[in-house]
Design a protein around this ligand. Sequence first.
Ligand SMILES: Cc1cc2nc3c(=O)[nH]c(=O)nc-3n(C[C@H](O)[C@H](O)[C@H](O)COP(=O)(O)OP(=O)(O)OC[C@H]3O[C@@H](n4cnc5c(N)ncnc54)[C@H](O)[C@@H]3O)c2cc1C
Length: 493
Amino acid sequence: MAVKTSEHYLRRARAMKPRVYMNGKRIENITEHPVTRTVVEANKASYEWAMDLQGEGGRLFRRPSHLNGEPCNLYNTLNRSADDLLQRAAAGLYAAEHLGTCIYRCVGCDAFNTLAATTFEMDRDMGTSYNARLMAFLRHVQAEDLTVAGAMTEPRGRRDQKMEQWIDPDLSLRVVEKNDYGIVVNGAKINISGAYASDWTIVLPSGARRPGEEAYAVSFAVPNGEEGMTYICQYTPYSAERELAESDRELGNPRFGQRETSMVVFDNVRIPWERVFLCGETKYAGKIVTRFAQVHRMVCGGSCKVGFGKVMIGAARLIQEFKGLDKVPHVNEQMTEMVTLLETVRACSKVAAIEGREVVPGSGIHFPDDLLGNVAKLNIGNAFWRIMALAGDIGGGLIVTMPSLKDLKNPETREYVEKYLGFGSETPAEEIMKVTKLLQNWTAGLHGVGTWHGAGPLQAQKIMVQRLADFEEMKRLAKEMAGIGGRKADPGR
Ligand SMILES: Cc1cc2nc3c(=O)[nH]c(=O)nc-3n(C[C@H](O)[C@H](O)[C@H](O)COP(=O)(O)OP(=O)(O)OC[C@H]3O[C@@H](n4cnc5c(N)ncnc54)[C@H](O)[C@@H]3O)c2cc1C
């Protein structure tokens, strides 16, 4: 069967031997290291959900393969209708609500869809056979129920220079050799979610490419830990805290942690032709980037971050109740504002899915409405900071000043901590502290910047809104009403 268990994935993850570094040290075992194992746990959850045939998980995370009708994990399938897009958005929301971090198969899924449409178009236009290669790869990924990460973002050189002016040509990933076997690539991808614990990574170009930039118009799939690949992990105060913790229970998100990424370095990595999906066709690099953004902004912006927001509001609501603030009007108004902001974004994402359509005729691949997907991401980029501020207000200063949960265990301090951090309520201090720690994770951590930049910083969406908004139609309506052109407005109105 094409849907495998989480134990299946765990066995593969244990066998992975990528070169992973964090905070100056090599990580030998990604399934046991306190930080990297959170990525493994999140991926495992995606297998557990798909196995939950009686529950919501089974409904959201299973979908038949369009290649052979076999049930597959949603993340290894293509969106072939507006209903599929609705399922994809709902799954993103569910994953975020339950993980409070990335589901690390998300970018890979959106990369598959992007490439499925674009390789179809390339083959149609140029007589290439990229689509068949991609489908052969997808068939393998589906059959084994493999995890696939996606890598687009690159270090890049100075933004005010053309690529050929950069001091180092590897600042964008490029093809340095082509031979009978395939291609050899050099460069790096940055901020890549979960790649070191994924079976494969799909690499996409990071931007539009012009004639002369053929070496940079490249897309391919690469297995975990291929020779020449090094993963250098992010390291934050949250990583240090997790390393120092005596138990995960002391942490804000015990099982799943932060959104973990790494810089993935490609040092003369060999990729066989059968896994190359773009190589030099500059015209299609920009299309890949735009289509990826089209699907990813609906999910990453419009449903995933709504899930995060719901957890944040839930934690703030609990603290409101612990503190006896249930009936305080301004706090309830803050609650209303947070819910309204989130629901507005969720609506944008949902309608983006409903209004989705086949972008490349004949490809069968559906993409969300581009304007609404961008608006969803744009809105959450701003709304998330506001929700962080409001939840932080309700949580109070303790969010950033609270002693450690270890002080609750230490016999020399336990009595004081229990007495003074229980808010004089029925709720044990330990529970209040755990919820406060959860809120610290959301309001005083990495998620504000992460939400802003994930799926592209807000200026990228503003450019798209400018491009996609039908200003001509709006002008026509205004003119008509003002009676300055076209059909005259009814003077009697
Ligand atoms: C938690 C997290 C997870 C992520 N996961 C992934 C992943 O799995 N795969 C992946 O590929 N990427 C991933 N990303 C990367 C993410 O998509 C990028 O961070 C985002 O696109 C912004 O790119 P950047 O970080 O290079 O910032 P920059 O592009 O450097 O942006 C910084 C600022 O500079 C401005 N700017 C940049 N270039 C120009 C220009 N040419 N002209 C004018 N203004 C400019 C931007 O508008 C912005 O204001 C992740 C990011 C985060 C935070």
